[in-house]
Design a protein around this ligand. Structure first.
Ligand code: K1U
Ligand code: ZN
Length: 160
């Protein structure tokens, strides 16, 4: 059974830091697997579609992306939750889309943010396997929102 963690709220210092890269020696470790499991449980408990480790007070480059169709994005694909370690955006489209965002760390505030429609991302699995994937639309938006968290940026700093 997984632990549901406290979520850092806007104003917490950890949300402003650049998170540390996960070291090779940490892949496949009990603590990294436990972190990912607790992040997923916390995301589900808060009804989120993503989460980043700094939001649970761990300043490491780990995110989860879990797109699903919803009222704002009825055509969004249903994705199984994907854990990404040390994610990097390799390419992004020039064309941007303005879309509504929320944040587990900024309750009761939503706003319109312009994000690239497509991102090509390289990340590592919990076991350290490198993966390259292209995301479009809402999943691409979640990836960009979560990587922003790893760089200490909140969506409210990107409002249009
Ligand atoms: O990182 C987070 O704070 C999670 C955040 C992810 C996100 C939402 C919307 C656009 C980009 C990124 C959330 O999940 S907040 C909850 C939320 O806005 C939402 C929940 C279910 C469906 C749609 C949005
Ligand atoms: Zn957020």
């Amino acid at each position: 059974m997984s632990v549901v963690l406290a979520v850092a709220q806007r104003g917490a210092g950890i949300l402003t830091l650049k998170a540390a890269t996960v070291a090779n020696s940490e892949f496949n470790s009990d603590w990294l697997i436990a972190l990912a499991s607790a992040m997923q449980a916390t995301m589900l408990a808060r009804n989120g579609v993503g989460i980043a480790a700094p939001q649970v007070y761990v300043s490491k480059r780990v995110i989860i992306v879990a797109s699903r169709a919803n009222l704002r994005y009825p055509d969004a694909p249903d994705m199984p939750a994907v854990v990404m370690v040390n994610p990097e955006i390799l390419e992004k489209s020039d064309n941007t889309i303005l879309g509504e965002e929320g944040c587990l760390s900024v309750p009761d505030e939503r706003g319109m943010v312009a994000r690239a429609e497509m991102v090509k991302v390289r990340y590592f699995t919990l076991e350290g396997e490198p993966i390259e994937t292209v995301f479009h639309g809402f999943p691409a938006r979640i990836v960009q929102h979560e990587i922003d968290h790893l760089d200490g940026v909140l969506f409210v700093e990107r409002l249009d």
